[in-house]
Write a protein that binds this ligand. Structure first.
Ligand code: HEM
Length: 421
């Protein structure tokens, strides 16, 4: 499977070569990635792992059909038998060739552009409710936008799509995800917990009307996913959908709040929200890497790579390659963003890209354009002496760039027109 953004790789006990992941957990990984991109764009990390950071190389590898699915996180999990192993072998990201195409076509039925656009009212309704709760906080108080919006929105959207009752979701699937730490077995425990939950639902026959039921439905030409494939892809959809989108929403909010002039411009021209989301995907993408297994012997930038090696593709590094995106450390919503690799590429291109973009746009519109508050990053949530102040990046999963905490101070918004009068 790929070094997927869906699953936390343990920070301890990471196998040789995969320790190059650790750069991603620094507060600002971009300088070290930048240095590698300039000096060793194909970095031999040891253990048969090669870390690739230049955009053109990453893009070429993603599109090259000779390469197979990667084994990134699975390798670092060390799950060689058991349910987690079976699930990770069966989900889309691990498959190649015709089996991958068939399974992908079956899962993709639920992610067509029409179906995703049809979710706009649901997403808007959830975002409105969450923003109303945020705006109910007293002025000058501090609120953390991660649990209240950035995480809450994608979690609630995917819960609704699965049709799982709120209590069951909060106490089961969401609790399993939130309890995952950075210990060596935490990733395994999380995947296992989710797999057991979906497996039990399938076996009980009490399948809620929603994604799980539709994953079980056969297609006249493609046949049906096996029960293991249904469980595996349900686990994949849940894990792929939440932390990544939470990261995108939090990163986009932070990028705007840090640039008041741009925020003012976006408020005057709300159509720019889409460009903010796209530039966030480049500047601070929430999925930092994915992987492929080299299908043939390669020579890249003078580095000989034997077939069977793991190509760890630095998406976050490639998106700041000055050869592709000029002045890459500047957040610029007017730039040409074609060629973004933030959702991977080729046959494994993210199935949820349109959904994630839609959620992020709606979140920004509702909170920062239509909302009645201004927000300043900072402050300590809870206010206790030991509560850390300011934003914090998550440190559990080196494939994800997301805030663990994004505290903001709320103030009623002074609208431009009322300031002028
Ligand atoms: C900002 C949010 C997201 C980001 C940055 C992201 C990023 C990625 C990346 C980098 C990959 C690997 C692609 C490759 O190997 O070429 C991927 C795969 C995948 N993503 Fe996403 N993703 C996001 C949201 C979602 C959502 C909301 C869903 C579904 C509800 C989803 C479902 C999937 C699936 C099913 C795959 C596997 C596709 C395959 O192997 O054929 N993702 N995603």
């Amino acid at each position: 499977m790929t070094a997927d953004p869906a699953s936390p790789a343990p920070t301890a006990a990471r196998a040789r070569g995969w320790d190059v992941y650790a750069i991603a957990l620094e507060d600002d990984p971009h300088p070290r990635w930048g240095a590698l991109r300039e000096r060793e764009p194909v970095f031999d990390a040891g253990g048969g792992v090669y870390f690739v950071t230049r955009w053109a190389l990453v893009d070429e590898i993603l599109r090259d059909p000779r390469h197979r699915a990667g084994i990134g996180v699975a390798a670092s999990f060390g799950a060689e038998t058991g349910l987690v192993h079976d699930v990770m072998r069966a989900w889309l990201m691990s498959l190649d060739g015709a089996p991958q195409q068939r399974a992908r076509d079956l899962v993709r039925r639920e992610f067509t552009p029409r179906k995703i656009e049809g979710l706009r009212p649901l997403i808007a309704q959830i975002a409105d409710r969450l923003v109303a709760q945020i705006e109910a906080a007293p002025p000058e108080s501090t609120i953390d936008l991660v649990p209240t919006l950035a995480f809450a929105l994608p979690s609630e959207v995917i819960r609704s799509l699965f049709g799982i009752p709120v209590d069951e979701w909060k106490n089961g699937i969401e609790a399993t995800i939130l309890s995952a730490g950075s210990g060596p077995n935490d990733g395994i425990t999380m995947i296992e917990g989710l797999a057991r939950d979906f497996d039990a639902r399938l076996r009980s026959g009490r399948i809620p009307d929603g994604l799980l039921a539709r994953l079980c439905q056969p297609d006249p030409e493609l046949g049906a996913l096996s029960p293991l494939e249904v469980v595996a892809n349900a686990v994949l959809l849940v894990t792929a959908a939440i932390d990544t989108t939470a990261g995108l929403i939090g990163n986009a909010i932070a990028c705007l709040l840090e640039r008041p002039a741009l925020l003012e411009r976006v408020r005057r021209e709300p159509a720019r929200v889409a460009a903010v989301v796209e530039e966030t995907l480049r500047f601070e993408p929430s999925a930092l890497s994915c992987s492929r297994t080299a299908g043939v012997d390669l020579e890249l930038e003078g580095v000989a790579i034997p077939a069977g090696s793991q190509l760890l593709l630095g998406l976050g590094a490639a998106n700041r390659d000055p050869r592709r995106f000029g002045d890459p450390d500047r957040f610029d919503v007017d730039r040409d963003l074609s060629g973004l690799v933030s959702f991977g590429g080729g046959r494994h291109f993210c199935l949820g890209a349109a959904l994630a973009r839609l959620e992020a746009r709606v979140a920004l519109e509702r909170l920062l354009v239509d909302g009645t508050f201004d927000y300043t990053i900072g402050g300590a949530v809870g206010g206790g002496p030991e509560s850390a102040s300011g934003p914090r990046w998550q440190k559990r999963n080196p494939t994800i760039r997301a805030h663990e905490s994004l505290p903001v101070v709320l103030r009623p918004r002074v609208r431009a027109e009322s300031r002028e009068s």
